[in-house]
Design a protein around this ligand. Structure first.
Ligand code: G3H
Ligand code: 13P
Ligand code: ZN
Length: 321
């Protein structure tokens, strides 16, 4: 089965009122774990690749690995560029056949953000690809030093509903990433914090009232940073701070109902993988066959993804709608 277009996945997700998991990948085990989990849960899937992932694995390796996964599965799979930072990178991915790209110019002024997005949109739309833009700035690691050290951003700027409408109209982006208290990484907030779900509702309504229909919104920084994974990492010699914090899964579940169509998850995958590998290293220090630790890591990621698609995003069972 070839790739499924992001537009088709979005249309079905909006109709079915579920969210798509957009999981970051950069190696074979992650791709296998995510695709197998979604295959077993009959969930439609978005695999996303960052600039860093392309640099780490090489674009051709990722492309071939995804081709293999697609040929061995029956579920619909779209491929998306995560946090594209230049027109050139977006163009490369569009030319390689990605079904959607994100151009992230959220750190620019409104006008500049529009201008950069529009250029990508014009090229993408002429080449059967769609574009995600971002308006507002996420708090936390994205704009701070020290993700690993647990730095907290004082900054960040929430997305304003009226500006969202103006931005979508002017740039022509096909989906919009919003800042509503979400944040990247494993140290998102100080203590427990919730998404501004009223703001999310207002953004959705403003777009609807402006004639943009049931417009797809995207939630970045949607890892929940499970405490049991942080504890397991630390139990087996890791040093994740006691101040790890994520978006509560209950908030994501509400965001899905309000109309977040794409939910980005990377950190939770990294934590699952790390916990499993550390466990093997700690319990079997003589082990040096990579399959003996990458295998359990793959199994742990798979278990996590099954939980996300079934219990949080509610896209399980919708692959063949
Ligand atoms: O939000 C960013 C993603 O987690 C990708 O991270 O740039 O380290 O690959 P990366
Ligand atoms: P997390 O760091 O919360 O997993 O967010 C990932 C993300 O937004 C990728 O674009
Ligand atoms: Zn992101």
């Amino acid at each position: 089965m070839p790739l499924t277009h992001t537009t088709d996945l979005f249309a079905k997700a909006l109709k079915g009122k579920y969210a798509l998991g957009a999981f970051n990948v950069n190696n074979m085990e992650l791709i296998q774990a995510i695709v197998e989990a979604c295959e077993e849960e009959k969930a439609p899937l978005m695999l996303q690749i960052s600039k860093g992932a392309r640099q780490y694995a090489h674009p051709t390796y990722l492309k071939k690995l995804i081709e293999a996964a697609v040929s061995l599965s029956t579920i619909p799979i779209a491929v998306h560029l995560d946090h594209g930072d230049t027109f050139e990178l977006c163009k490369e991915c569009i030319d390689e056949g990605f079904t959607s790209v994100m151009i992230d110019a959220s750190h620019e002024t409104f006008e500049k953000n529009v201008e950069i997005c529009k250029k990508v949109v014009d090229y993408a739309h002429a080449h059967n690809c769609v574009v995600e833009g971002e308006l507002g700035m996420l708090v936390g690691a994205q704009h701070d030093d020290g993700e690993e050290g647990g730095g907290y951003s004082k900054g960040g700027a929430y997305t304003h509903p009226d500006e969202a409408v103006a931005f979508v109209k002017a740039s022509g982006v096909d989906s919009l990433a919003v800042a509503i208290g979400n944040s990247h990484g494993a140290y998102k907030f100080k203590g427990e914090q919730h998404l501004d779900l009223e703001r999310l509702k207002a953004i959705k309504k403003a777009l609807l009232d402006a004639g943009m229909g049931d417009y797809p919104l995207v939630l970045h920084g949607a890892s929940s940073v499970p405490k049991d994974l942080a504890d397991e990492i630390n139990k087996y010699g890791g040093k994740m701070g006691t101040d790890t914090a994520g978006v509560p899964e209950a908030d994501i579940e509400i965001a899905r109902r309000v109309g977040c169509t794409k939910v980005n998850i990377d950190t939770d995958l990294r934590m699952a993988m790390t916990a499993a590998i550390r466990k093997v290293f700690a319990e079997s220090p003589k082990e040096f066959d990579p399959r003996k630790y990458l295998g359990p890591a793959r199994a742990k990621v798979k278990e996590l993804v099954r939980h996300k698609v079934r219990d949080v995003l509610c896209c399980a069972g919708h692959a063949f709608d």
